[in-house]
Design a protein around this ligand. Structure first.
Ligand code: BGC
Length: 382
């Protein structure tokens, strides 16, 4: 069905409305820059702030290199993203950088391959496709390990006992996003031993790993939508967690962490003390909550560096040179080649390193120049 719809959309575009892209949410719709080689930037959504920043950084770095570039955002709708990719192809793109919504993107990637256009999977792997060669991301298992370590530290699990256990509830990201599995498995690699020894008790569903698909689905947050996580947290507080005080919540990113914190704040039981809540992305609004002690930690992924690295990769691919990407390691060189496994092929995966952020080092992303002046001012990050 998905495929049929895509074919229909594609033929309409080919029929002559290529640049119109009805309904496409476009930022920076102008090609920009004076260069002639065109790079398309297809980002998945705007409701998680990082993607608008990623898109803008990618465009800026591409233009600095003399490329023409355009960034498009898919509103978590793969059909829309496929239309946007098709549009880039019609405009003669030589490379397309894709943060996909889900595996439905493979059809558009196949079209790009047919046109000999380089595709770079950006941050999220493009699953079930043998039609591209490069993936650039962070070490996402490590991101999850950091979240697990945050809980270990926040609850002082190393000295906790089964007589006086700590209580946690678990959330995961979108099951349509390969990263969500790495984040969860990384976190649980730290937490499972404490659960097994009885010092940490799970309230609500407990998938030991993401391979427990049925339970993973129950804790997952489709399309990373904050209202979904908030409602689930409210439901937990009124049901499974009614008779306990939660000490921690595993939250996969900052957008969801803040929704979970909001739900807890509305419950009188947590008026004096919020649970330890994890996060990811170092969004300015969450860094502010870490600074004031309401969110326990986040994981800073310097996406400005990721964008810069992706453009270096695109440049090398377009020019047919060997990529040299400072700050990124080849996953295969550190025994993690499988990160590039699409299910149909192992692509070359480049990894950047995440950084763990607690209250004591909340200034790290500020010092790295990660926030705009507006973000700093609006969130009191001085
Ligand atoms: C990214 C995270 C982001 C999440 C939701 C993941 O693929 O790695 O940084 O928070 O998507 O957009």
């Amino acid at each position: 069905m998905k495929k049929l719809l895509f074919v229909a959309v594609a033929s309409i575009l080919v029929a002559g409305t290529a640049l119109a892209s009805p309904g496409a949410e476009s930022k920076g719709a102008s090609g920009g820059g004076g260069g002639s080689t065109f790079i398309g930037i297809a980002m998945p959504e705007t409701h998680v702030l990082r993607w608008t920043k990623d898109g803008a950084s990618l465009k800026k770095f591409a233009e600095n290199k003399g490329f023409r570039a355009q960034d498009q955002y898919a509103n978590a709708d793969q059909n829309l993203q496929n239309t946007q990719i098709q549009n880039f192809l019609t405009q003669g793109a030589r490379a397309i950088i894709i943060g996909c919504v889900n595996d439905g993107v493979a059809a558009a990637v196949a079209d790009a391959a047919r046109d000999k256009v380089t595709v770079i999977a950006y941050d999220r792997i493009i699953p079930n496709s043998a039609d591209y060669d490069y993936y650039i991301t962070f070490n996402n298992f490590k991101v999850g390990q950091f979240q697990g370590q945050g809980i270990e530290k926040g609850l002082n699990l190393k000295s906790a006992t089964a007589e006086n256990p700590k209580y946690i509830t678990l959330f995961a990201g979108s099951p349509t996003d390969g990263n969500a599995f790495f984040f969860y498995d990384g976190a649980m690699s730290v937490l499972n031993p404490y659960i097994k020894s009885g010092v940490l008790k799970v309230v609500g569903p407990y998938p030991e790993t993401s391979k427990d698909t049925a339970n993973f689905q129950r804790i997952a947050t489709e399309n990373w939508l904050a209202p979904t996580a908030k409602t689930r947290m409210e439901n937990l507080l009124n049901a499974d967690a009614k008779d306990v005080v939660l000490d921690a919540v595993l939250a996969p990113n900052d957008t969801l962490a803040r929704a979970i914190i909001e739900a807890c704040k509305a419950d009188a039981k947590y008026a004096g003390k919020l649970p330890v809540v994890t996060g990811q992305d170092a969004e300015a609004a969450s860094t502010a909550l870490i600074k004031n002690g309401e969110q326990y930690m986040t994981v800073f992924k310097d996406t400005t560096k990721l964008a810069e690295a992706a453009i270096l990769l695109a440049e090398a691919a377009v020019k047919g040179t060997t990529p040299n990407i400072p700050g990124a390691v080849l996953a295969s060189s550190i025994g993690l080649a499988d990160i590039g496994n699409t299910g149909k092929k192992v692509v070359k995966a480049y990894l950047l390193d995440p950084v763990i952020i607690y209250r004591e080092n909340w200034q790290d992303p500020v010092n790295a120049g990660f926030y705009s002046q507006d973000e700093i001012a609006q969130n009191g990050l001085k």
